[in-house]
Design a binder for this molecule. Structure first.
Ligand SMILES: *Cc1c(COP(=O)(O)O)cnc(C)c1O
Length: 365
């Protein structure tokens, strides 16, 4: 067996004629930055959300940074976020001059809403929850906290494209939702790409200006911004892949259900919990295993590639020593030694899915 963790080649093969034609079209029109295909993707993406604006940008990290800057976040501010995420979530906070305040996680690997209020101070300006692994956080509770304390709510949706809470998509609860279209994400480009969705006109205008050097029109800049634009090729590819995303998400759900029904939990192995409040889109299928590294090697020897998301919690990273928020009793610092991501995605055949589940079970026999 040879099961890669992600297989973008197989996906490309399945869409080759359509993708190749779209790339050809962008090149023929030499619309490399911005232009028709970027406008078309922004429109299609916003429409799928039923939201007024989608502002594309260079990557998901910039999507967070630009949103924070547009909201006036800067030195002296504190932003509450989660101890278990990809570094972009907190890195962008620091880059505005603000300070990240890390909240420990709960059994869903999410920011624990029950402990947020203890960390709110006079300086707190915003909360950035992350719908990690594709499962929505308890956004109703977090929104309630934001409303009660007049905090801005920005959702990091880099892993949760079209995951729903109730009948609404993640990214539509806060002031803005930020997305990554990194190739390995559920909706991925063929390079870096990102986007922001919002219903707020003013915020949308500001984000668009920041992403394009603070310009009002060519050579007229109201303030300094940055160069964070989506290129035409990526937009054309994303528009095509957007049409297939529902099908791919459905397949992810099928695989997750198979794993949940066929991998046998035991004293050393805990399967991911599905929250009753949400539709999980399974960007990652993350188990907790006591002898994680041995299990990973065992599966690797059988040709099954796994991932670890993430091996070092954010407060435990050297990059965040300056925050002095590391505490070895944090759940995030216990789980980061146990988490293992099994392969999931539409590249897997039924027989591979069965073999992966059987291989995990056989490790414990
Ligand atoms: C991928 C990711 C990002 C950043 O996206 P890039 O496009 O790689 O810059 C931000 N937050 C989370 C949770 C992510 O997984």
């Amino acid at each position: 067996m040879n099961v890669p963790f992600v297989d973008l080649k197989a996906q490309y093969q399945s869409l080759k004629p359509e993708i190749d034609a779209a790339i050809r079209d962008v090149i023929d029109n030499t619309a490399f930055i911005g232009g028709r295909s970027v406008e078309a993707f922004e429109k299609a993406y916003a429409q799928r959300f039923g939201i007024k604006h989608c502002i594309s940008c260079a990557n998901g990290t910039d999507a967070i940074y630009i949103t924070l800057k547009a909201l006036g976040i800067g030195p002296g501010d504190e932003i509450i976020t989660v101890a278990n995420s990809w570094i972009s979530t907190s890195e962008t906070i620091t880059q505005t001059g603000a300070r990240p305040v890390f909240i420990d996680i709960d059994e869903y690997f999410h920011i624990n809403p029950a402990t947020i209020e203890k960390k709110i101070t006079k300086r707190t300006k915003a909360i950035i929850p992350v719908h990690l692994y594709g499962q929505p956080v308890a956004i109703d509770v977090i929104k309630g906290i934001c409303d009660a304390h007049r905090l801005l709510l920005i959702e990091d949706c880099a892993q949760s494209h079209f995951a729903t809470f109730g009948d609404k998509y993640t990214g539509t609860f806060g002031l803005a939702g930020t997305f990554s279209f990194y190739p390995g994400k559920n909706l991925g480009a063929y390079g870096d790409a990102g986007g922001i969705v919002t219903n707020d006109h003013e915020l949308a205008d500001k984000c668009r200006m920041i992403a394009n050097h603070g310009r009002i029109e060519k050579y007229n800049h109201e303030f300094e911004g940055r160069n964070s634009r989506l290129d035409g090729l990526q937009a054309a590819i994303l528009s095509i892949k957007l049409k297939y995303l529902d099908k791919w998400i459905k397949r992810r759900k099928e695989i997750a259900d198979y794993y949940l029904n066929h991998i046998r939990p035991n004293d050393e192995l805990i399967l991911p919990y599905k929250a009753g409040w949400a539709e999980h889109v399974w960007h990652l299928f993350v188990v907790r295993a006591k002898r994680r590294d041995l299990l990973k090697e065992y599966l690797q020897r059988k040709g099954i590639q796994c991932g670890i998301h993430y091996p070092i919690s954010l407060p435990r990273l050297k990059a965040y020593r300056y925050c002095r928020q590391y505490d070895d009793k944090m759940i995030a610092n216990i789980f980061d030694r146990e988490v293992l991501s099994l392969p999931i995605g539409e590249h897997l055949s039924d027989s591979e899915v069965r073999q992966i589940a059987a291989a995990v079970n056989s490790f414990y026999e």
